[in-house]
Write a protein that binds this ligand. Structure first.
Ligand code: FAD
Length: 387
């Protein structure tokens, strides 16, 4: 790297230290952290970015609520990411000179029938085993915390430390802070890597090659599929998710303060008045249309959970592609030829994990040790997969 001090006024350079391919939240966080570590960074994303996950995401920072059987390494990494998030937002707000809208609001997971109550109890026991107990609530206690909940909510689990952030506002702050640190943003489709004597020397982009000392792939669900000159084992696939965005009418109260989760949907109400209802999950390749059935199902379940939803204004229905790996864990670290780094496969947790992933990748780039938790996410675990 050319400097250990954060640069203040970097111009567009012919040959950056690092090219980040992909300007979703993961790519933006990696670029920001690498620039803070002193690297000259160029971020390349194709025009349009149809299907990207980051602009669609709900923005729950919910490592405990999203924890699932068999994903304990992810939970550990997620808990660390959540612990560090507020400090990250403070630093980013200062660098972007704009408030990052982070809110530690807590989350409540509710059961709407007997079967769901039994499942909730199974989840409670799992969290207890993990050493992260979540208090169990009866229906009246749920409604004391969230008066808008329907009376069919008969039990709940409380996750007090969970938080939310607006992913679009976060992306905008990361972009601004990056630009202030000299990061250059370019609109182009990347179609391959330049590899010379088993070392990465840049990328092949439309309209031409761009040379650099290192390349970081943050290409979400697209990985490096179809790239020329690459025989990388990066088994990432798209898992489509549809969400709705509603708005609280002027002067009205939000329908809930905490994140509200049921077995089928979640609701996130922001300070800004935006309410996100998510999310479907389906595997249909790179297709990103929003189906009428998905809109109906999300609205119906949201209405069943908090009837007041019917009073809100409808703003948007959107779909994005979650990047998923065969073991549901991200790929973070070195891969393939020297100088190539990857930050892929963040699946359901990319908003939560982007800042910590960025710090890990920046540490690897400048030769510092990343946190030990990242060993579980070494991309080499897929090196023997048939492509
Ligand atoms: C409906 C939904 C709800 C979600 N809710 C949450 C949530 O509440 N909390 C949470 O933590 N996570 C959530 N997620 C997951 C999160 O959104 C993703 O894990 C995260 O956004 C992935 O970020 P990314 O930067 O890796 O990918 P993306 O945001 O998809 O960005 C990848 C970028 O790479 C670019 N790219 C790809 N190939 C090329 C190429 N060849 N050349 C140039 N550019 C290229 C694309 O154009 C794109 O802009 C949700 C996801 C969805 C879909």
């Amino acid at each position: 790297m050319r400097s250990s001090q954060p640069p203040t006024n970097r111009a567009d350079r012919q040959s950056p230290d690092l090219i980040v391919v992909g300007s979703g939240l993961v790519g933006l966080a990696c670029a920001y952290e690498a620039a803070l570590a002193g690297a000259l960074v160029r971020v390349i994303d194709r025009p349009g970015a149809v299907g990207a996950a980051s602009p669609v995401a709900a923005g729950m920072l919910a490592p405990a609520g999203e924890a699932w059987w068999g994903e304990e390494e992810l939970l550990r990494f997620g808990l660390r990411a959540a612990r560090d998030y507020e400090a990250f937002c403070d630093r980013l707000s200062a660098d972007a000179e704009s408030e990052v809208p982070y809110r530690r609001c807590g989350a409540i997971r509710v059961a709407l029938d007997g079967d769901e109550a039994a499942e909730l109890e199974r989840l409670r026991r799992y969290h207890e085993q993990l050493g992260a107990p979540a208090p169990r609530l009866v229906g009246s206690e749920c409604r004391q915390l969230e008066p808008g909940l329907a009376t069919i909510a008969t039990a709940g689990l409380l996750f007090e430390d969970e938080a939310e952030i607006d992913p679009r506002a976060l992306a905008s702050c990361l972009r601004t802070a990056g630009q202030r640190l000299g990061v250059v943003f370019e609109s182009a489709a990347v179609s391959g890597l330049i590899v010379e004597r088993d070392r990465v020397g840049g990328v092949l982009a439309d309209p031409g090659p761009v040379r650099s000392g290192a390349v970081l792939l943050a290409t979400g669900a697209w990985g490096a599929a179809g790239w020329s000159g690459s025989s990388l084992a990066l088994p990432v696939r798209p898992v489509k998710g549809e969400v709705l965005r509603l708005a609280v009418p002027a002067g009205a109260e939000p329908p809930c303060r905490r994140i509200v989760v049921t077995e089928r949907i979640y609701l996130v109400a922001r300070h800004s008045g935006e309410v996100v209802i998510g999310a479907t999950s389906g595997e249909r390749g790179f297709e990103t249309t929003v189906s009428a059935g998905a809109v109906r199902e999300l609205l119906r379940e949201a209405y069943r959970t908090i009837p007041e939803i019917g009073e809100l204004d409808f703003i948007e229905a959107a779909a994005g592609l979650r990047p998923c790996t065969p073991d549901n864990l991200p790929m973070l670290g070195r891969a393939g030829p020297e100088g190539l780094l990857v930050a892929l496969g963040h699946y359901r947790n990319g908003v939560l994990l982007a800042p910590l992933s960025g710090r890990c990748l920046a540490a690897l780039l400048v030769g510092r040790s990343p946190p030990a938790e990242i060993t579980a996410f070494d991309p080499a675990r897929f090196a023997t997969m048939v492509r």
